[in-house]
Design a protein around this ligand. Structure first.
Ligand SMILES: Nc1ncnc2c1ncn2[C@@H]1O[C@H](COP(=O)(O)OP(=O)(O)OP(=O)(O)O)[C@@H](O)[C@H]1O
Ligand SMILES: [Mg+2]
Length: 243
């Protein structure tokens, strides 16, 4: 069995009086892709934000055998957790290259030059489009290119765990296919990924395991291939539409 990279026990998140995540348990093994699907407002982004420490949570989160409770966002990122947020959070007035370098600089520091160069080469291999457009301002990229840049920037930190929040949101089907192709390549390269997606079909196709989150609770979990065949999932999340 693969090594456990992340263990979440009894996770609870409240916004004021509202409980947004409750009793959430999750184990993520090294090198696997975990898909989390669920309706709008279910708490999917909240879960990813809680894991990376962008919002406060109660419960136990263990990463690589270490409890994360006392680690803040920066320390969790330094420990190897990277989030590509729903908003992408790119610097629109900076070039593609500067966005990538900033991703590295913040966590490797000014003396990480060679490592940054190596990372950059790997990222350009994965996304040749980013190399072609390295001098273009991030704010002028297309939706798909922005998503590639957001992924590339997260990869500059060489994360052990990549949290992806709706990578296909707002993208045309063909661009979505490209982005999922890139995620498949990352999986092949051994990156561990938690993938939150509205596009349940594409997410389950790429994932090892899937979980359904509804109103803050995991209501269904299992091997992704089985969930993709589950009548409850098909009816609610896959429909009859072909995507
Ligand atoms: N800062 C906040 N303060 C109060 N409530 C919040 C806050 N952020 C999120 N919520 C609420 O928490 C619930 C879960 O939100 P979350 O963004 O995690 O859902 P989601 O599953 O990612 O939805 P979507 O698919 O629309 O992105 C929603 O009801 C949302 O309105
Ligand atoms: Mg969300």
């Amino acid at each position: 069995m693969k090594t456990e990279l992340l263990r979440v026990e009894n996770l609870l998140v409240r916004y004021g009086k509202a409980t947004v995540l409750a009793d959430l348990d999750l184990v993520v093994r090294e090198g696997t892709v975990i898909a989390i699907v669920g309706p709008n407002g279910a708490g999917k982004s909240t879960l990813l934000n809680a894991l990376v420490g962008a919002i406060a949570s109660i419960g136990n989160i263990q990463f690589n055998g270490e409890r994360l409770r006392s680690l803040d966002l920066e320390q969790r990122v330094a420990a190897g957790i990277a989030l590509v947020p729903e908003s992408r959070a790119l610097f629109g007035d900076l070039s593609v290259l500067d966005n990538l370098l900033l991703g590295a600089y913040r966590f490797i520091g000014p003396r990480g030059g060679q490592r940054s160069e190596d990372n950059l080469a790997r990222i350009y291999d994965l996304f040749p489009r980013l190399q072609e457009r390295r001098r273009q301002l991030a704010g002028t990229l297309s939706g798909g290119e922005r998503q590639m840049l957001a992924l590339g920037r997260a990869l500059m930190m060489q994360p052990r765990l990549l949290l992806l929040d709706e990578p296909s949101i707002g993208l045309a089907p063909r661009v979505t296919a490209d982005v999922f192709g890139s995620i498949a390549q990352l999986k092949k390269a051994g990156v561990t990924i938690v993938l939150v997606e509205q596009n349940a079909r594409a997410a389950l196709a790429i994932a090892d395991e899937g979980h359904v989150l509804e109103t803050g609770r995991l209501v269904l979990s299992g091997p992704a291939s089985e969930l993709a065949q589950d009548p409850r999932i098909i009816e609610t999340y896959l429909g009859s539409a072909v995507s």
